[in-house]
Design a protein around this ligand. Structure first.
Ligand code: NAP
Length: 247
């Protein structure tokens, strides 16, 4: 059985293709969002209970291969997967979409190590647009008196300051809509994480075109495991080696 650690569009595509090929696959979701987009095939939801729980799961379920296709900022589950793989000897492949370092505007952006540094980098700017995720919002509470625009998928976990305007939406987002949004809300600085991929990249191009400052949180460090950057390459790793012998 192939275990796909998911929560990303790439994980869903991978699971869908494996299921279509008749492979035995289980997708695992953390259970953070209220109405997750579910991949085809078997799905389990919720944490494993740390490394020990994951090791138990891999052994009990006779997992042959783990594909860690979690989000680039989900550092804990990736670290757990790497440790569980080396403890059990069950192979692990990481599927991680490329970041935005190669975006045409990237050199002009402010790259920072974490959310606090992102806040500090944008402290003096005018109106901020926060796209760093629901779990990041407490870091920005010192901005309670500022007119902040926030975009999140699920509702916030605590009441947000009255001056903040919240947009609930799930990507993908296109360029014309992102351009309009930045203009309409008179955004001066866009704060985001280096999630990478195309689904949420239009805001960056729109910001560059409008001269809006961009602050990007760099990806957290990752354990060193075999890594691919596309679903196609991940599928290759999932296919059993072709039988050898005379042709
Ligand atoms: P995290 O900090 O790396 O993980 C925290 C704990 O959540 C893990 O130790 C594990 O609990 C559980 N967990 C995380 N992903 C899991 C999965 N796919 N299946 C089962 N358990 C999982 O993760 P996170 O940053 O909170 O992200 C949670 C999920 O949301 C991930 O699956 C990720 O792909 C998705 N996501 C995250 C972001 C982001 O910005 N962080 C954005 C989009 C989607 P146990 O230790 O109990 O096993």
């Amino acid at each position: 059985m192939i275990l796909v650690l998911g929560g990303t569009a790439e994980a869903r595509t991978l699971a869908a293709t494996l299921v279509a090929e008749g492979r035995e696959v289980t997708s695992s979701l953390a259970g953070r969002v209220s109405r997750p987009a579910l991949p085809p095939g078997r799905v389990r939801v919720g944490g494993f209970g740390g490394v020990d729980g994951l090791v138990r799961y891999l052994t009990d379920q006779r997992v042959d291969l783990v594909v860690d296709a979690t989000h680039p900022f989900a550092a804990q589950i990736s670290a757990n997967a790497a440790t569980a793989s080396s403890r059990t000897g069950i192979p692990l492949v990481r599927l991680e979409r490329p970041g935005w370092r190669d975006h045409p505007g990237a050199r002009g952006w402010t790259w920072v190590a974490d959310l606090v540094a992102a806040r500090e980098a944008a402290d003096a700017a005018g109106r901020p647009f926060l796209t760093t995720g629901r779990q990041s919002l407490d870091t920005f509470l010192p901005w309670a008196d500022r007119a902040v625009l926030v975009r999140i998928v699920d509702p916030p976990e605590f009441p947000l300051p009255d001056r903040w305007r919240v947009i609930r939406a799930r990507g993908p987002y296109d360029y014309p809509a992102e351009h309009r949004l930045l203009v309409e809300h008179q955004i001066d600085v866009l704060l985001t994480k280096d999630s990478g991929g195309e689904h949420t990249a239009a805001k960056l191009t729109a910001a560059d075109d409008l001269g809006v400052r961009v602050v990007v949180v760099e990806r957290p460090p990752r354990p060193e495991v075999p890594t691919v950057t596309t679903v196609v390459a991940a599928l290759d790793r999932c296919r059993p080696a072709s039988p050898s012998g005379p042709t």
